[in-house]
Design a protein around this ligand. Structure first.
Ligand code: FDA
Ligand code: NAD
Length: 433
């Protein structure tokens, strides 16, 4: 028997949870909304998985980090959905979407019909097996996307006390996981192909600080090469990582973070795509009527830079979800919502470090502040300058006020009279804006 809903949110991650809250805020009748997720738990703040979830002492566990605690909101535990009359359909993978017929089919053969669909299927990890890397299906080679993955990794960390880990990838997962593995007293070696870590955001100067800091914490870093194969023992457990440059590293655990890809295959050929995601307008409406796409899967107009982009970060997942639901509700009253005017915001935390970035990392850069590894509390940053204006700011170790100040700078893009002066003034340039 098919179930029919006025609204269906497909996905159970960050944007799905924030969308559900916004529906409830805007007014919802019992039974109107269903949230369908292949995960077994209600939406949670995914960033916790690569940080506090893996801490050796008092790790974060659900229900502690269900959405929307990450942005200071109320925690939506499963009872909340019940109270609001929202059907929370968990452990249910949708394997077929027919946008013309407005229906979804699950792996278990159930059919869900909808009037309005919010696609919130997020990203999936890129696997080394996707490139046919030899031995990449050995046991104890981990990826991290969902709580289930984090549970498996946590068990392996506990089971391989004082063991060795190789972390493949020098992006967000690589840096956050190397730190948390080290906190668990695991011997860690990071391997990545680029000349410095996090090249999609960091300049070589920014990266040099983090690489030095990690080295001081005992993390080994091997740059400019990739893993080309894995050797396993007779139980099929990974034991060695073979690198392209000929080196062979011992490993009890391998964590791979070589990027994500938006999960949009269900909709192939049915909806317009751009830049690897589902194309939307500034209300996250797709070219198919009554179908919206939010979070990691959406390629949307980024008004500030007059171009369309896809953003794989939590702040956008939250805000895009809220925008889409407001637009759906407004349309029912024949109204429209204000254009989405997003300021890109990324952040990360590892060891005692914490950085934030706002804006666009294009143009020339100016490094400022104290980036000495021996400083008790390093605080440094970088301004990106394009066409004589500051368009992006990175800050490590900022106070909440300073982080607000850099957000403001990235938004208003003040002109720069002298680059030397900017370097000298450092964070005080932002603080006085
Ligand atoms: P999200 O991935 O959260 O959710 C997608 C949901 O859809 C999942 O529940 C999935 O199971 C479900 N789904 C997919 N296909 C389905 C199907 N066919 N049927 C049913 N359900 C389906 N960002 C940041 O700014 N700061 C940070 O510190 C971090 N940290 C971080 C750590 C880790 C480990 C990861 C993996 C990611 C981050 N991120 C981050 C990125 C951030 O978490 C990410 O951008 C958001 O979770 C995106 O939200 P979405 O709702 O789009 O996808
Ligand atoms: P990423 O894009 O940040 O980094 C991928 C890295 O993989 C590259 O920097 C490169 O070093 C490396 N790489 C690529 N091919 C490789 C190869 N063959 N061998 C070795 N290394 C290779 O992706 P990620 O770190 O996997 O993160 C996945 C997703 O999770 C992204 O969407 C990311 O935004 C999100 N995430 C975000 C945060 C955060 O914002 N703090 C934290 C964790 C995860």
């Amino acid at each position: 028997m098919a179930k029919t809903f006025k609204y269906v949110i497909l996905g159970g991650g960050v944007s799905a949870g924030y969308a559900a809250r916004e529906f409830a805020k805007q007014g919802l009748k019992s039974g109107e909304l269903a949230l369908i997720s292949k995960e077994a738990v209600a939406p949670y703040e995914r960033p916790a998985l690569s940080k506090a979830y893996l801490f050796p002492e008092s790790p974060a566990r659900l229900p502690g980090f269900h959405v929307c605690v990450g942005s200071g909101g109320e925690r939506l535990i499963p009872d909340w959905y019940k109270e609001k009359g929202i059907e929370l359909i968990l452990s249910t993978e949708i394997v077929k979407a027919d946008l013309a017929a407005k229906s979804l089919t699950s792996a278990g053969g159930e059919t869900f019909n909808y009037q309005n669909l919010v696609i919130a299927t997020g990203s999936t990890v890129i696997r080394l097996t996707d490139f046919g890397v030899q031995g990449a299906d050995a046991k104890n080679i981990f990826y991290l996307r969902e709580v289930d993955d984090a549970d498996k990794l946590y068990e392996a960390i506990k089971g391989k006390k004082n063991g060795k880990a190789v972390v493949v990838g020098g992006g967000y997962i690589g840096l956050e996981l190397s730190a948390v593995l080290k906190l668990n007293n695991i011997d860690v070696t990071m391997v990545y192909p680029e000349p410095w870590c996090m090249p999609r955001l960091f300049t070589s100067d920014i990266a040099a600080f983090y690489e030095g800091y990690y080295a001081n914490k005992g993390v080994n870093i091997i740059k400019g090469t990739v893993a080309v194969g894995f050797n396993a023992n007779s139980d099929g457990e990974v034991k060695e990582v073979k690198l392209k440059d000929g080196r062979v590293l011992e490993a009890d655990i391998v964590v791979v973070g070589v990027g994500g890809r938006p999960q949009i295959s269900l909709f192939k050929g049915q909806v317009e795509e751009e830049k690897g995601g589902i194309k939307t307008d500034s209300s996250f409406k797709t070219n198919v009527s009554d179908v919206y796409a939010v979070g990691d899967v959406a390629t949307f107009p980024l008004k500030l830079y007059s171009e369309v982009r896809r953003v794989e970060h939590v702040d956008h997942a939250r805000k895009s979800a809220e925008q889409a639901v407001k637009a759906i509700k407004a349309a029912e009253d024949g109204k429209t919502v204000e254009e989405y005017d997003y300021l890109p915001y990324f952040y990360s935390r590892s060891f005692d470090l914490s950085w934030q970035f706002y804006g666009d990392n294009v143009g020339d850069t100016v490094l400022f502040g104290d980036n000495k590894l021996e400083s008790p509390k390093p605080k440094f940053g970088t301004y990106w300058i394009k066409d004589g204006k500051v368009v992006g700011v990175f800050l490590e170790g900022g106070t909440p006020e300073e982080n607000n100040a850099i957000a403001k700078v990235a938004r208003i893009q003040p002109p720069v009279e002298s680059v030397d002066q900017l370097a000298k003034e450092g964070i005080s340039f932002a603080s006085k804006i």
